[in-house]
Design a protein around this ligand. Structure first.
Ligand code: FEO
Length: 163
C-alpha cells in the first residue's frame, strides 16, 4: 500500500515526466523545421524515454494500490534561436528534474517508505546519465558555435541515437 503523501508526490512526478516529454517533443518539431534531422531523431528518442519514466511512476502507484490522478500538462516553449539554446534548455531541465527526484527521495525517507526509496534509486542513477548526456552535447555545441560544417557533423552524429 502506498501512503497518500507519496502517492500525491508520485502523481506530480508523472506530470513532470510528461511535461519533460512534451518539451522534448516541441524541440523535435523545431529541429525538424530548422533542418537538423539528427538532433530531431535524438530528441524523438528522448521524448519516448520521458514517456517511459512517466509510466514507471504510473505503474508503481497502480501496483501499490494507489490512485493515479492526472493533471493538465504545461504548454512547452516552441522556439529556440539555435541548437545550443535548445540543448542548454534540455540540460537545465534535467537539472531541475534531478532536484524533483531528490525531493522524492527525501519524502520517501521521511515517510519511512522503503519501497518508494528503492524504486527511486533507479531514477537517481538515470538522472546522472540524463545530465551527463545533455551536458556533453552543450559543451560540444559551445565549442563549434555557429560553424555550419561542424553543426552538420554533430547533427549526423546525434542522429545515430534515433537510428
Ligand atoms: Fe525523466 Fe529526463 O528525466
Amino acid at each position: 500500500m502506498i501512503g497518500d503523501k507519496v502517492a500525491d508526490a508520485f502523481n506530480k512526478q508523472i506530470n513532470e515526466e510528461i511535461a519533460s516529454a512534451y518539451i522534448y517533443l516541441s524541440m523535435v518539431g523545431w529541429f525538424e523545421q530548422a533542418g537538423f534531422e539528427g538532433m530531431a531523431a535524438w530528441m524523438r528518442a528522448q521524448w519516448q524515454e520521458e514517456l517511459g519514466h512517466a509510466m514507471k511512476f504510473f505503474d508503481n502507484i497502480v501496483s501499490r494500490g494507489g490512485k493515479v490522478v492526472l493533471e493538465a500538462v504545461k504548454k512547452p516553449k516552441t522556439d529556440w534561436t539555435s541548437p545550443l539554446e535548445a540543448f542548454t534548455d534540455a540540460y537545465k531541465h534535467e537539472q531541475y528534474i534531478t532536484g524533483r527526484i531528490n525531493d522524492l527521495v527525501e519524502l520517501a525517507r521521511k515517510e519511512k517508505d522503503n519501497a518508494a526509496e528503492v524504486f527511486l534509486s533507479w531514477f537517481v542513477s538515470e538522472q546522472v546519465e540524463e545530465e551527463d548526456s545533455t551536458q556533453k552535447i552543450v559543451q560540444t555545441l559551445e565549442k563549434v558555435k555557429d560553424t555550419a560544417g561542424a553543426l552538420v557533423m554533430i547533427d549526423r552524429e546525434l542522429g545515430r541515437r534515433g537510428a
